[in-house]
Design a protein around this ligand. Structure first.
Ligand SMILES: [Mg+2]
Length: 479
C-alpha cells in the first residue's frame, strides 16, 4: 500500500493538476482544427467542436475527471471501474470524442464493458485499423500520477493499463507512461523532468523516445503542427514547455499560449501541457482570471470541483483531505464583519469572512476569497465566474507561498478585471489582518496610486496598522 503524507506545497501541486489541464483545454477549445492564431492571442471564448461555452473544457478533461472520480483505488478493480466510468461518460456526458475512443468504447460495451473487454476491443481496433496511436490516451493521463505518488513503477503500470483501455499501440502507451511520470515528479518534487521516465519504458523504446524529446527541444514548437499522433502531441507539448522554461511561474501562461499557438489539435496539446504545468506550479501558480472561468459540461462543475476530484484521486496518499467539498469553512466564533470601501476605489470592499453573509445588502457582485471557503459559504447570487478563490497562505515563512509576488500580482489583476467589467468586489480573508490588505495594496499600486497613499487608505479602511511578510512584499515588489 502506497501512502505518503503530503506537505502543503505538495497539496498545492495536487490541486493544480486537473485545473491546469482544464484551463489549457478550455483555452485551446475555440481553435481546435481551425485557423492558426498568433501565439498569445488565445482566449477562452468557447465554440469549437462541442460547441462549447466560454471557459468550458472538452473530452480531454472530461475523461481525466472520469478517471479521478473512481478514486484510483488499488488492484484490478481500479481498471474495471475506470472502464465503467469511460463507458458511462461515453453514453451520458461526452460532448465530443475521438474516433478510436468511440470505436473501442462501443465495441467494449458490446463485450460486457469491463477492463478486459476494453483491452480486447482496443487491441482488435489496433490490429484492424493500424490507427491506434492517436493522442487520446495521452490527453487524459496526467491525473493517473496522483494514484501512487511515491512509486514510479506502479505509476507506469497504471498509466499503461489505463492508456490501453482505448489505445493499444505501444507508442500511445509509452507516451502516457512518460507524461504521467513527469506529472508525478512535478507534484512530489516541484520540478519538471521528462527524461526521468525513460527508464520506465521497455529497453528498445528508450532511444526512440530520447530522440523524440531531443527533437522537441531543438525544434520550435510550431514544427509540431501535425499533432493528432501521440508522439507529435507529446513533442508539441514538451516543446511548448521547454521553450518557456526560463520564465518561472510565468511559464504557465506562456507555455499554454505557445501550445495553442501551434495549431491543429489545440485543446489536446494545451491540456497535455497544462496538466504538467499545473502539477509543477500548483493552484497558486495558475492565472486566477482563467481559473475563475473554467467549467465542465455542468455549469456548476468548476475549479473547486476539479480540486476535489484531484484530491480524491490522491486520497490513497493522504486520506484526511476533504476541503473543498465540505459545506462551510467559516470559523467559530464568527469574525466581526468589516466590509469597508477603499478611498482609491470605493467599488472594492475589504472584509472578513463574516461579510460573506452580507453580500446582498452590500450590493456585492463578485467575491475574491483569499482564505478557504466551503461549498456553501459564498451566496448563490454571486455568479460562478465571479467567485475567485486564491491559494494564499498567511505565514511569515517565505517558503509557505511558492510564488508570493506572482500570486499577489495575479489576484490584484483579477480584481482589476472584475472592476473593469463593472463588478462590485468583496475582497476578504478570515479577519482582514494580512492577506486582504496586502492584495488591496498591490491592487491600488496597479491603479497607479502612490504606495504611501495606498498604505494610508488601506490602514484607515481595516482600522489597524498592517505588518508582516505579505504586507512587506506588497509594499516593496515591482508592479
Ligand atoms: Mg478535446
Amino acid at each position: 500500500m502506497v501512502r505518503i503524507r503530503l506537505d502543503s506545497a505538495q497539496h498545492n501541486r495536487v490541486a493544480g493538476v486537473l485545473v491546469g489541464q482544464a484551463i489549457g483545454d478550455a483555452l485551446g477549445v475555440p481553435y481546435e482544427f481551425g485557423a492558426r492564431i498568433d501565439t498569445g492571442d488565445a482566449r477562452m471564448i468557447g465554440g469549437g467542436l462541442g460547441p462549447y461555452a466560454p471557459g468550458e473544457y472538452s473530452d480531454d478533461t472530461q475523461m481525466a475527471v472520469a478517471i479521478a472520480r473512481t478514486g484510483l483505488d488499488s488492484g484490478y478493480a481500479l481498471y474495471d471501474s475506470i472502464a465503467g466510468s469511460f463507458i458511462a461518460w461515453r453514453r451520458e456526458q461526452a460532448t465530443d470524442i475521438g474516433n478510436a475512443t468511440r470505436a473501442v468504447l462501443d465495441a467494449g460495451l458490446r463485450n460486457g464493458g469491463g477492463a478486459q473487454a476494453l483491452w480486447d476491443a482496443a487491441a482488435e481496433f489496433a490490429a484492424r485499423t493500424g490507427r491506434a496511436a492517436g493522442n487520446g490516451a495521452l490527453m487524459r493521463t496526467g491525473v493517473v500520477a496522483l494514484a501512487a505518488l511515491d512509486d514510479a513503477e506502479l505509476t507506469a503500470e497504471h498509466a499503461a493499463n489505463i492508456a490501453r483501455l482505448t489505445h493499444a499501440d505501444p507508442l500511445a502507451i509509452e507516451s502516457a507512461v512518460l507524461w504521467t511520470e513527469a506529472v508525478r515528479v512535478a507534484v512530489v518534487e516541484g520540478r519538471i523532468d521528462l527524461r526521468g521516465g525513460l527508464r520506465l519504458l521497455p529497453d528498445p523504446s528508450r532511444s526512440y523516445w530520447s530522440s523524440a524529446i531531443t527533437e522537441a527541444e531543438s525544434c520550435e514548437p510550431r514544427h509540431f503542427r501535425r499533432n493528432g499522433f501521440t508522439v507529435t502531441a507529446l513533442q508539441a507539448s514538451w516543446s511548448s514547455i521547454w521553450h518557456t522554461r526560463h520564465l518561472g511561474v510565468d511559464q504557465v501562461e506562456a507555455g499554454l499560449q505557445t501550445a495553442v499557438g501551434i495549431g491543429h489539435d489545440t485543446d489536446t496539446v494545451a491540456a497535455i501541457t497544462g496538466v504538467l504545468l499545473g502539477a509543477r506550479y500548483g493552484m497558486s501558480g495558475l492565472p486566477s482570471n482563467w481559473v475563475r472561468h473554467v467549467r465542465g459540461p455542468d455549469v456548476g462543475f468548476r475549479a473547486p470541483q476539479l480540486v476535489a476530484a484531484a484530491f480524491r484521486a490522491a486520497s490513497r496518499n493522504d486520506l484526511g483531505r476533504t476541503w473543498p467539498q465540505i459545506p462551510s469553512m467559516l470559523g467559530v466564533p464568527a469574525q466581526t464583519p468589516l466590509a469597508v470601501g477603499l478611498a482609491g476605489d470605493p467599488g472594492v470592499l475589504l472584509g472578513t469572512e463574516a461579510d460573506l453573509a452580507r453580500v446582498e445588502e452590500l450590493g456585492v457582485t463578485a467575491v475574491v476569497s483569499l482564505s478557504r471557503v466551503g461549498r456553501l459559504d459564498v451566496p448563490e447570487l454571486i455568479a460562478p465566474e465571479n467567485r475567485v478563490e486564491v491559494w494564499l497562505i498567511d505565514s511569515e515563512d517565505p517558503s509557505a507561498n511558492a510564488h508570493l509576488e506572482w500570486t499577489l500580482r495575479d489576484v490584484a489583476r483579477t480584481v482589476r478585471a472584475l472592476r473593469e467589467a463593472g463588478e462590485r468586489v468583496l475582497l476578504h480573508c478570515v479577519a482582514a489582518h494580512h492577506r486582504t490588505p496586502s492584495v488591496a495594496l498591490v491592487y491600488l499600486r496597479l491603479l497607479g496610486i502612490p504606495t504611501h497613499q495606498a498604505i494610508r487608505d488601506i490602514e484607515a479602511a481595516v482600522g489597524h496598522p498592517v505588518s508582516g511578510l505579505l504586507w512587506r512584499t506588497a509594499t516593496e515588489m515591482e508592479i
